[in-house]
Design a protein around this ligand. Structure first.
Ligand SMILES: CC(=O)N[C@H]1[C@@H](OP(=O)(O)O)O[C@H](CO)[C@@H](O)[C@@H]1O
Ligand SMILES: [Mg+2]
Length: 537
């Protein structure tokens, strides 16, 4: 079999490239939706080739996550539900920028280079979030895939993690679960219901759905949880705009309640992002203060829970936590000193965290923004299983850990699965949000964005904690940081927005804000700031 170049080029001519350079970044391609049809067509082609190369089903997720509704994007999902292999990211970038008339030869070059078999069976599985642009973009993916092979499966509207889960289920012949949306709810809810203990009051939670896909999906989940849980969904997309003054990104950056939700002190609340792969917890304390429980709070709770179970069963497994530089300094300290687990810091972007987590028997990884999960190696699962069968040791804990594994979506961070994981741990510890929050206190922190002419002038090293360019900038940051108690700050170019991000933390709120704005102004001066200078509001 070979690619039918004539058909390909006639279809491709309907998808001419705009005058924009596309790059497959940490979140795949992401930009204004009206630029993306040609990219989607090309990603349909690429996904089909990737499917033949791996002889497995490949996922294509159409989403721009927490970005505004006018944006959209696309990510490819590899056979085990993980992010696309690095070497294929560069194929993605070159195809996305390839003129229609050159596509045939570009595809043939990929076929040759990878040695893939065009006769191999293949299938492209696609889904999209709730963005209005998604349907047309999905059609373009299908058109692309069909130029290479006939099989595709369109799952319609799903959360990003649901598609990751389904891809893994398909490629493990159902071993990971049933490859359907219902199968996903069934697997998670069964594990959740098994793990609940005690006669606790009915769990009530308010969910900020970011006006996105997670709002409907959590409503679906409720049906499988019976009356043990009472979920009220706000920002469910019926009136508000996607990610507009709501959702996990808004809550994390602004450290305030999302709009569209009314909250009484101590009510349990969570925020999802637009494609439901991030979750944050929050509540109003008795002092009327907004309290945020972010990805760091989740990784500490989960790691200490697993550590506890392992030590009760006297099972020695290598447990580690992976963070990025955005993790609050206090969380790192708590993990190292109190939970007593190794902590690694890697570059921003889920794939970096996921890769590092694979080095452990059990790897817990979370970005501070609420994206994260736990992964269990085959060795760990086998050991846990064998311990669960031994009666002379604490097998009960290990059976529980096996149920716990079923509660986790190991393929990627997942707002719904993480919600069930956290609720299970809180239930078993008898914790409310205030107890959980009191495990350690975060340092005040601030994130700012600085617009510059060209953000790529900022170069970073040491997991993005230091800059090497523009010359002199790091020295200035060091000076500012050293003058502040418990100060830490770093800057890096965003991979998803045209901005430089500034992070700062320090002993007090005012010192933190001063440090953040001072560093932001240095970025503005050294890296060619545009528009108004960063200034405290
Ligand atoms: C500080 C921050 O939250 N950065 C986010 C954001 O990346 P940037 O490269 O910072 O734009 O989007 C990524 C994809 O969703 C996510 O992985 C990452 O954590
Ligand atoms: Mg997301």
């Amino acid at each position: 079999m070979s690619i039918n170049i004539e058909t390909l080029q006639s279809v491709a001519s309907q998808y001419p490239l705009p005058a924009v350079k596309f790059t497959y970044g940490t979140a795949g391609f992401r930009t204004k939706a009206d630029l993306l049809e040609p990219v989607m067509f090309r990603m349909g082609l690429l996904a089909a080739l990737r499917s033949k190369a791996t002889q497995a089903s490949i996922g294509v997720m159409i989403t721009a996550s927490h970005n505004p509704v006018e944006d959209n994007g696309v990510k490819l999902i590899d056979p085990m539900g993980e992010m696309l292999k690095d070497s294929w990211e560069s194929y993605a970038t070159s195809l996305a920028n390839c003129r229609a008339e050159d596509l045939g030869s570009a595809l043939e070059a990929i076929v040759k280079e990878t040695g893939l078999d065009l006769n191999a069976k293949s299938c492209v599985c696609l889904a999209r979030d709730t963005r209005p642009s998604g349907l047309k973009l999905a059609e373009a993916v299908i058109e692309g895939a069909k130029c290479i092979q006939k099989d595709y499966q369109d799952y319609g509207i799903l959360s990003t993690p649901q598609l990751h889960y389904i891809v893994r289920c398909i490629n493990t012949n159902g071993q990971y679960g049933e490859p359907t949306e219902e199968g996903y709810y069934r697997k998670l809810s069964n594990a959740f219901l098994k793990l609940q203990i005690g006669d606790q009051a009915k769990l009530g939670v308010k969910v900020d759905g970011a006006n996105g896909v997670g709002a409907d999906k959590i409503k679906q989940l409720q049906k499988y949880l019976g009356n043990s849980v009472n979920i009220s969904v706000f920002n469910d997309g019926t009136s508000g705009k996607l990610n507009d003054k709501c959702g996990a990104d808004y809550v994390k950056i602004n450290q305030c309640l999302p709009e569209g939700i009314r909250v009484q002190p101590h009510e349990k609340c969570v925020s999802f992002d637009g494609d439901a792969d991030r979750i944050l917890y929050f509540y109003i304390g008795k002092d009327n203060e907004f309290k945020l429980l972010d990805g760091d709070k989740m990784s500490t709770l989960i790691a200490s829970f697993i550590k506890d179970l392992l030590s009760k069963a006297n099972l020695k497994l290598n447990l580690g936590v992976i963070q990025t530089a955005y993790a609050n300094g206090r969380s790192t300290e708590y993990l190292q000193k109190s939970v007593d687990v190794p902590v690694s810091c890697v570059k921003t972007g889920v794939k970096h965290l996921h890769h590092k987590a694979l080095e452990y028997d059990i790897g817990v990884y979370f970005e501070a923004n609420g994206h994260g999960t736990v992964i269990f190696s085959d060795v760990a699962v086998e050991k846990i299983k064998s311990y669960a069968l031994l009666s002379h040791i604490r097998s009960k804990e290990m059976s529980e850990l096996l149920d716990f594994i079923n509660l986790v979506n190991e393929t990627v961070g997942d707002a719904i699965s993480d919600f069930l994981v956290i609720e299970t741990i809180l239930n078993r510890k008898g914790y409310n949000l205030n107890d959980w929050n009191s495990m350690y206190s975060d340092l005040p922190n601030r994130q700012l964005k600085v617009k510059v002419k060209d953000r790529t002038v900022i170069k970073t090293i040491k997991a993005e904690t230091e800059t090497t360019s523009p010359e002199g900038l790091q020295e200035e940051i060091n000076k500012l940081v050293s003058a502040v108690k418990a100060g830490r700050s770093f800057v890096r170019p965003s991979g998803t927005e045209d901005v430089v991000r500034v992070y700062a933390e320090a002993e007090t709120r005012s010192l933190t804000d001063e440090l953040a704005y001072a560093v932001a102004n240095k970025v503005y001066d050294f890296a060619g700031g545009v528009g108004p200078r960063p200034q405290a509001k």
